[in-house]
Design a binder for this molecule. Structure first.
Ligand SMILES: NC(=O)C1=CN([C@@H]2O[C@H](COP(=O)(O)OP(=O)(O)OC[C@H]3O[C@@H](n4cnc5c(N)ncnc54)[C@H](O)[C@@H]3O)[C@@H](O)[C@H]2O)C=CC1
Ligand SMILES: O=C(O)[C@H]1O[C@H](OP(=O)(O)OP(=O)(O)OC[C@H]2O[C@@H](n3ccc(=O)[nH]c3=O)[C@H](O)[C@@H]2O)[C@H](O)[C@@H](O)[C@@H]1O
Length: 438
């Protein structure tokens, strides 16, 4: 099928490659000249395991091409996927839907009568109905608009796109259902559940899923707060409750909390939208979810100050700066916020991260960085593990211990082998735990 993907960020670039992998003829549209040029040359403008090689492979087949704007060729597509950003609006909790509106209105000037427009961006409930009104008015006919939210995770984005848990589609008409079933046919043939819903439900499924995931993480981090003052251990607690199948053991990893371009802004956008709809109190608990999450960052800043007397003038190494491993995404990264706050208090931060130091240089130029892990910890008064990259879990604590000034580590993700680090002479501090250091 002829497919156009609009907006080639983390979601859109992945979706375009995934569609080409399924055998479709794909055009990707991206107005940012830097991203467009990189993608056209087969270079992924962000880190995503496996997507770089898949991009090179699909480009070579000639089935994937990129453009800055719509033209007659893209206008002939049978389906258009809208994948533009919906960031948090400045000075507000609400989602900024201006990019989606602009992409939809622009597309309405090109879209064919039989083509389907499938929105994949995460939007406040009610957005699709508003877009349809605007698109119909510009196109002069009944545009086949549908909402098809995406559930991929960064770090496993391509795999999640090609082998999703489910495909959710909200449609206004049956023609859209059929075209969407056709585009995903190879995935559906493998037995992936296809949920055909009304449009508001499809929009809500996405924000509800992210709100639930955020709540689960904040739940265990709230238990961590209680554990810290009661002598309990939140990691052991998570394991113990997770054996109950009704609770499950996933998404109960306690630590410095959730960040990224989605969970934080999606729960805030959900609260703002619920408020507009007059049911703000229904999701008021998400305010607590957000606050518990942000308090974990405060906790690390406070632990660092307690450990060092005060942080001013002290050398602190942050291991990992992206919001999660296997990603270079710095959007609302807990590790980044902690590093910036400690630096603002006068500490000398050195950041190590396997892939995020280039985006970090433009995002937070005030932070020093070091590509070599051993050099990064040299003479440190304190080491903080901010992102649980595999190499930090596997590093030899004895080797690191020879380089630092003081062998104290705050494990912000509860992934270090405490006994091993202690045997190497380290004082180990972790969130939600009361670790006895000899
Ligand atoms: N990042 C992720 O893992 C996931 C993101 N989402 C949702 O997908 C949407 C996009 O997120 P990301 O890809 O992370 O954002 P992003 O910021 O990485 O990418 C958005 C892209 O859209 C482009 N764009 C903006 N206006 C445009 C227009 N009028 N026409 C064409 N392109 C335009 C931007 O230049 C940018 O490259 C958001 O709603 C997000 O919540 C959903 C699931 C997963
Ligand atoms: O809407 C989105 O963009 C996506 O948001 C999340 O995916 P992602 O942000 O890539 O990453 P997650 O694996 O969900 O992790 C989010 C944050 O929570 C943290 N986390 C995760 C799990 C956990 O147990 N504890 C915890 O602190 C991670 O470190 C990370 O900072 C959802 O998992 C995806 O399903 C969704 O499509």
């Amino acid at each position: 099928m002829k497919v156009t993907v609009i907006g080639l960020g983390y979601l859109g670039a992945t979706h375009a490659v995934a569609m080409a992998e399924l055998g479709h003829e794909v055009i990707g549209i991206e107005p940012d000249p830097r991203k467009l040029s990189a993608l056209s040359q087969g270079v992924l403008p962000f880190h995503e395991p496996g997507l770089d090689t898949a991009l090179t492979k699909t480009l070579a087949t000639g089935k994937l091409t990129f453009k800055a704007a719509h033209d007659a060729e893209s206008a002939a597509s049978e389906i258009f996927f809208i994948c533009v950003g919906t960031p948090q609006r400045a000075g507000s909790d609400a989602a900024d839907t201006s990019y989606v509106i602009s992409a939809a209105e622009d597309l309405a000037r090109w879209v064919g009568r039989d083509a389907v427009v499938a929105g994949k961006s995460t939007v406040p409930v009610g957005t699709a109905a508003e877009l349809k009104k605007r698109m119909d008015a510009i196109a002069g006919f009944d545009v086949h608009l549908a909402w098809n939210p995406e559930f991929l995770r960064e770090g496993t984005a391509l795999e999640d796109s090609l082998r999703p848990d489910r495909i959710v589609v909200g449609t206004f008409d049956q023609h859209s259902v059929q075209v969407i079933k056709n585009v995903y046919a190879p995935i559906l043939e493998s037995g992936t559940p296809f949920l055909e819903l009304d449009v508001p439900t499809a929009e809500l499924v996405k924000v509800a899923a992210n709100a639930f995931l955020a709540t689960k993480i904040s739940f265990i981090n709230a238990m961590a707060e209680v554990a810290e003052v009661s002598g309990a251990d939140a990691v052991a607690l998570a394991k113990a409750i997770g054996y109950d199948e009704r609770i499950g053991n996933k998404f109960l990893r306690t630590g410095i909390g959730f960040g990224g371009g989605c969970l934080p802004k999606d729960i805030r956008g959900f609260m703002a939208r619920a408020d507009e709809l007059g049911v703000g109190s229904a999701v008021e608990f998400l305010r607590n979810v957000d606050q518990v999450n942000l308090r974990r960052r405060d906790r690390v800043v406070s632990l660092a100050n307690t450990e060092l007397g005060e942080v001013s003038g002290k050398a602190i190494t942050m291991l990992g700066i992206s919001f999660k491993p296997d990603s270079d995404d710095l959007r609302d990264s807990p590790a980044l916020e902690i590093a910036q706050r400690l630096q603002a208090q006068g500490a000398h931060l050195t950041v190590h991260d396997p892939v995020s130091l280039v985006p970090l240089a433009s995002r937070a130029p005030e932070l020093s960085s070091e590509q070599d892990l051993m050099a990064a910890v040299k003479s440190a008064d304190l080491v903080i593990l901010g992102t649980e990259w595999k190499q930090y879990r596997e590093v030899d604590p004895a080797e690191l211990g020879e380089l630092v000034k003081t062998k104290t580590v705050i494990d912000g993700r509860n992934v270090l082998d405490v006994a091993r680090w202690q045997q190497a002479g380290w004082k180990v501090i972790a969130l939600g735990r009361n670790i006895q250091n000899g």
